[in-house]
Design a protein around this ligand. Structure first.
Ligand code: SF4
Length: 465
């Protein structure tokens, strides 16, 4: 029996898919290289934006078509945030294709639920119960899809209830994972050859260890820093209002912590930020950026931006443009606002910015951001940077791709055996989204600065929202 998992959305979902893959393999399933040869297809969904949710319905239609064409009849499971949010309603929206609906808190039940469907597929099974236990995952279950880096969850859920956000409804209230368990998992990832660890939480810098009252997020970074074999530490996503001086000092002082901060701002207008319930203002956010830049001059910053939130006037949007100009982010994820079920904004704030106006604004902010990041990339031409190689190019096997500590994507020619290693690359050419370079003369051919491990797994596919 073979499985195939398709993942939409954030790193948290990618990591959930890795856990599902591990659980299925423990139950005797083998990875399939595509949905066409799978006996079980899992679509792990994202509901953070309407567009991401719509993709699920398109995909289910395609899977139905594929089953008809090939004569196969795979078990089809829908997992993740849309499963949690919609539950049984999915069966009405996509009749006759779904066998299983698994909520965000029921990942560990997947093999048992699938086994039940194999025995008897007369009616779909739905498990979206929300026990909201303390997040605890046994070691050795996760089938990590990436040979170079490992995701490690430190917090599940969120208590902030930003007015646009579904996360508190789909992932529940904030639960911290024990420090001892986190450190064991990081050590295990290092033993498996991973050079980079990425600590995940909805508000990652709100961490407070339930098993050690002295361990907050900066202290956790220090503890992870001690683990041998780990060469890079990242985290996603910190909340601007919890970006303390101690956290900035930890990023500055701990060499393994990447000099990159993803600080979601969402809008440049304090009026919009209040309506979003973000609990910081434009001014305090910009002060935080200034403190970070003073402490860590080589830091790279990135952000998320929502365009056309209810009530956003041209003047509010202008403030988003001026903040973007001032912040000089290395990258930005920008999205047009869409109403999400259950959220406070959907209940109380009419979605009143016309679609064409949202489009006009998002094009303007993206053009500005593209100009900024292109010019930042041009400044790096001639520099030699350390790149953790994470994959070969889809189009050209000899072209490798990886990221600097600052999170810039670097493409360069090299031996595919370098995947999973950290190598020096001299930047020769800049583009708006990535840069191109070459390994300097004298860099050992076919060998990087650290040993690698097996290549990226094939039984999963990630789709960004
Ligand atoms: S902080 Fe706000 S945006 Fe982030 S997960 Fe919590 S509610 Fe959502």
């Amino acid at each position: 029996m073979k499985y195939f998992i398709e993942t939409y959305g954030c790193q948290m979902n990618v990591h959930d898919s890795e856990r599902m893959a591990g659980l299925l393999e423990q139950s005797g399933y083998d990875p399939a290289t595509s949905d066409r040869e799978a006996d079980l297809v899992v679509v792990n969904t994202c509901s953070v934006r309407e567009r991401a949710e719509e993709k699920l319905y398109t995909r289910l239609g395609e899977i139905r078509e594929m089953a008809r064409e090939t004569g196969r009849d795979p078990i089809v499971a829908v997992a993740g945030c849309v499963a949690q949010q919609e539950g049984e309603a999915l069966l009405t929206r996509s009749p006759g294709i779904i066998d299983l609906i698994v909520g965000t808190q029921r990942v560990k039940m997947l093999p048992m639920l699938v086994a039940g469907q194999r025995d008897d597929r007369r009616s779909p099974v739905i498990d979206v119960t929300t026990p909201y236990d303390e997040p605890s995952f046994p070691l050795g279950i996760t089938r990590r899809a990436d040979s170079a880096k490992a995701y490690v969850t430190i917090i599940e859920g969120c208590n902030d209830f930003c007015t646009f956000c579904v996360v508190p409804y789909t992932r529940g209230h904030e639960r911290m994972r024990p420090k001892a368990e986190i450190l064991r998992e990081v050590a295990d990832a290092a033993a498996g050859g991973r050079k980079e660890v990425q600590l995940l939480g909805q508000i990652v810098n709100h961490y407070q260890a339930p098993d050690d009252p002295t361990c907050d997020f900066p202290a956790l970074l220090e503890a992870v820093h001690e683990i041998r074999g780990i060469e890079r530490i990242r985290f996603a996503s910190p909340h601007p209002r919890h970006t303390s001086d101690r956290l900035i000092a930890a990023v500055r002082d701990l060499p393994k912590v990447c000099k990159h901060l993803h600080l979601p701002v969402q809008s440049g207008s304090s009026r919009m930020l209040a309506l979003m319930r973000r609990r910081y203002t434009r001014e305090t956010y910009l002060d935080t950026l200034q403190k970070i830049r003073e402490a860590i001059p080589n830091v790279q910053l990135s952000t998320d931006m929502i365009i056309g939130f209810p009530g956003e006037t041209p003047a509010d949007f202008e403030e988003t443009l001026t903040l973007t100009e001032a912040a000089r982010y290395h990258s930005m994820f920008s999205f047009k606002y869409s109403e999400r079920p259950n959220t406070l904004a959907a209940k109380r704030l009419p979605d009143d910015v016309p679609e064409e106006e949202k489009t006009r604004r998002i094009v303007a902010v993206q053009q500005l951001q593209r100009r900024i990041q292109w010019s930042l990339h041009e400044q790096s031409v001639g520099c030699t940077v350390e790149v953790l190689v994470d994959h070969t190019s889809r189009r050209r096997a000899w072209e490798l791709s990886g990221r600097t500590g600052g999170n810039t994507v670097v493409n360069f020619p090299g031996d595919p055996n370098l995947v999973g290693r950290i190598v020096p690359v001299t930047i020769r050419r800049a583009g708006p989204n990535s840069v191109w370079g070459e390994m300097p003369d004298g860099a050992p051919p076919g060998a990087g600065m650290s040993p690698g491990v097996a290549a990226r797994g094939a039984a999963t596919r990630e789709v960004r929202p």
